[in-house]
Design a protein around this ligand. Structure first.
Ligand code: GLU
Length: 283
């Protein structure tokens, strides 16, 4: 099978060494296998994404020596695809509107044994619609109040298992994983301000683009449990995953926007070559 890999940055800043590390690994995985490499712009967060960073991403990757297929998929142009996936899950009875803010959830779950609620990783966030009377829910819906859409996780896991047996997925380094998305609770699939979410968009897009190998940082390892479940529910093909270690600076911290001197642009302007950048990141 042809290997199809991708690099999927969000255009919220300039690429830094950590991005180069990830992009090069995805690119090499495809190149070594005689496969295809794709770039995808993950720009659903219109408040934080900037056009100038899209241009900068392409410029920096080209400078590094990467080539990718065109046209480049941009998530902001595919909202109808995410809507269609939400509609399917809704028809399966797996989606519900949630009007509560992070703060509401935190207050509701403030018993000492609960971690702060609302994070992506909070198993305590389930059935949040039960925290509001059916009348109030109906009134808010009728008024068109902004709300998130959540996946009813326990039921989703049950349905997927009933249809296809226990789910697994494979990470190249860590081997076979038993899919266990319950730790995410009723994960948000469409946000109040954006009619999709990272989890939904990435799952729909990897399938739409025929990605067979997802190469990305190990900070997203846990998220793969959610993606695998969504693939099962939506009947999408299952890729392989390679979650690579995260590159850290000399103080052991992950690269981030604050490391301005280590953006690819700054390194280029300081006279470093693409080969020097590869050496810096050990590739
Ligand atoms: N857009 C995500 C990021 O910039 C990566 C998504 C993925 O590789 O699945 O962190």
């Amino acid at each position: 099978m042809t290997v199809v890999s991708r690099f999927a940055p969000s255009p919220t800043g300039l690429l830094h060494l950590g991005h180069a590390f990830s992009a090069l690994q995805a690119f090499e995985a495809a190149r070594e296998a005689g496969g295809r490499f794709l770039l995808r712009i993950e720009d659903i967060d219109t408040g934080r994404c900037r056009e100038e960073f899209v241009a900068a991403i392409e410029e920096d990757l080209a400078w590094l020596g990467l080539t990718w297929e065109t046209p480049v998929r941009r998530q902001s142009e595919h909202m109808a695809d995410y809507r269609a996936a939400l509609d399917r899950l809704d028809a399966m009875g797996l989606i519900y509107p949630c009007f509560l803010s992070r703060r509401d959830l935190r207050d509701a779950l403030s018993a000492p044994h609960h971690a702060p609620a609302g994070g992506p990783d909070d198993p305590a966030v389930t059935d949040t619609d039960q925290r509001m009377s059916p009348d109030e829910r109906a009134a808010r819906l009728a008024r068109g109040e902004p709300h998130a859409l959540r996946l009813r996780m326990a039921r989703a896991i049950e349905m997927a298992a009933a249809a296809s047996g226990p789910l697994t997925w494979r990470d190249e380094q860590r081997g076979l994983q038993t899919c266990d998305p319950m730790r995410f609770g009723d994960v948000v699939l469409a946000r109040k301000d954006t009619p999709t979410s990272y989890h939904l968009a990435v799952t729909v897009d990897d399938a739409a683009q025929g990605v067979t190998m997802v190469v990305r940082g190990e900070d997203l390892f846990e998220a793969t449990h959610v993606h695998r479940l969504l693939q099962a529910l939506l009947g999408l093909p299952v890729p392989r995953w390679r979650h690579h270690r995260l590159l850290v600076d000399d103080q052991g911290r992950r690269f981030a926007k604050r490391d301005r001197g280590l953006t690819l642009r700054a390194l280029r302007e300081a006279g470093h070559t693409p080969d020097a950048v590869r050496t810096m990141i050990g590739l």
